[in-house]
Unconditional design. Structure first.
Length: 446
């Protein structure tokens, strides 16, 4: 089994850039394939979705594209009770965490900048969102509650979920149960680029929405990019990736297990141990083949491909160099297992999430600690947030001036307006009827 073993200070610029780019390069390769799919859905709506379900998902759609009450009832009847209980426990933690976020949101505020001059913000929910829950390499009810819960708590009025159909033409029972637990019932049988196109343009069955959120394949990511002028494509969430930042204190066996967590998602995933300890690196690379061989065949193949392509071991000269690499990589998931946790935590700036210590592996965050596992990928953590209630909220600026505040600011504003060549702007003030002024009494927002 081939496992990449890099030494950071020996990499060429091109070699390092390839590691930093990971599977994002694959998105460019599929763009031309995606363009006609988008156009077909735009022109033909539901019929195109049904056609692609048969062609790409090998699924003959039954009972229409939208999940029915009967579908939800059957999901509860057919799903094992212990799985329903597990979804309830984990979804409840996610709900609590996101409600705690919402409780910290100040929905409307204004503060006095200078006497009589007030500035602030009003926070409202995005009116409509499409949530994409993938299915290509398995069923992901956890993604369903990671997306539905913050959208509901934020107050989004229209939530439409698209998820690929099962081979029998239905929908994954666990995903339907997860949606129902979150209070979302508008779930549609559509996957891939065609689902993103349906949410962007609307079809006879699927509503047009303002924003789409959720992880997906390179085809989904390509569709989001191509439709960026039609719909807010949301946070980039593509192929799974993780860095395990560890020093000599980390347990080698546990660290090898941590590397498997994201690598088994698919052949395009990237999972890298970043360490300054050669002893740890050598021990981990010794354990990995044994762990990979113990996996089911498909997951084993994903790991074998991934560790020889985007994943592996990155040996650094020092922990400072390792931390610098982590910040540059800007990963989706970062596990931190180091001696001086507080010092290192202060230095980590760009990552979707940080899980601290041997007792907090990625899988716990994936399913049930409460933090959101839908995170920016492909170095987008340099500029993007983790999914939260803020993903589904927007800010509007508020301002107000009393007559006193107006009088104090009018001269500087007139001067700047004229300097920038806006005589009309200046006239708004110089020719204003100030006899009409009267202060407004605004109630203080709760």
């Amino acid at each position: 089994m081939k496992i990449n073993y890099w030494k950071l200070n020996t990499l060429s610029v091109d070699e390092k850039n390839k590691i930093l780019r990971r599977a994002e390069a694959d998105i460019k390769d599929v763009t031309e394939t995606v363009k006609p799919i988008i156009e077909d859905v735009k022109q033909n709506g539901d019929s195109a979705l049904i056609k692609y379900a048969a062609q790409l998902d090998h699924s003959e759609i039954k009972g229409g594209l939208k999940a029915t009450d009967e579908d939800f009832d059957n999901a509860y009847k057919t799903l094992e009770p212990e799985i329903i209980d597990a979804i309830r426990v984990c979804a409840e933690n996610v709900r609590i965490h996101h409600q705690q976020q919402m409780d910290r949101v100040e929905k409307q505020w204004m503060e006095e900048v200078k006497p009589g001059q007030f500035a602030g913000e009003k926070v409202t929910a995005i009116p409509s969102v499409g949530l994409y829950v993938p299915r290509g390499k398995g069923a992901f009810p956890s993604v369903m509650y990671m997306l539905c819960s913050p959208a509901k708590i934020a107050g989004v009025k229209k939530i439409a979920v698209c998820t690929p159909p099962t081979p029998d033409g239905g929908l994954d029972s666990a995903s339907l149960v997860a949606a129902d637990i979150c209070g979302v019932r508008d779930v549609y049988k559509a996957g891939g680029a065609q689902a993103i196109a349906a949410l962007a343009y609307g079809t006879e069955t699927i509503p047009k929405v303002a924003q789409v959120n959720g992880p997906g394949s390179p085809y989904v990511s390509a569709a989001k990019r191509l439709l960026g002028d039609i719909i807010n494509p949301g946070m980039p969430a593509g192929s799974s990736e993780a860095l395990i930042l560890a020093d000599h204190t980390a347990d080698p066996w546990n660290t090898a297990l941590d590397l498997i967590n994201e690598q088994e998602h698919g052949p395009d995933s990237a999972s890298i141990l970043v360490t300054s300890s050669k002893e740890l690196a050598d021990a981990v690379i010794g354990y990995l083949p044994e762990i990979v061989q113990s996996l089911p065949q498909q997951r084993k193949e994903f790991c074998e491909t991934g560790f020889s392509c985007y994943g592996g071991i990155m040996l650094c000269d020092s922990m400072e160099e390792a931390i610098e690499f982590c910040n540059e990589y800007a990963v989706e998931h970062l596990v931190m297992k180091v001696e001086n946790s507080n010092d290192v935590l202060d230095k980590l700036e760009h990552t979707g999430e940080i899980l601290i210590g041997e007792t907090t592996p990625i899988v716990m965050g994936n399913f049930g600690i409460g933090i959101n596992a839908v995170l920016p990928t492909g170095q987008k953590a340099l500029t993007h947030d983790c999914t939260s209630v803020w993903t589904f909220l927007k800010r509007t600026s508020l301002s107000y001036m009393t007559a006193e505040g107006y009088a104090a600011l009018k001269d500087p504003v007139v001067k700047l307006a004229k300097y920038e060549g806006f005589d009309g702007h200046a006239k708004v003030i110089t020719e204003r009827n100030e006899d009409a002024f009267g202060d407004i009494l605004l109630k203080k927002a709760s």
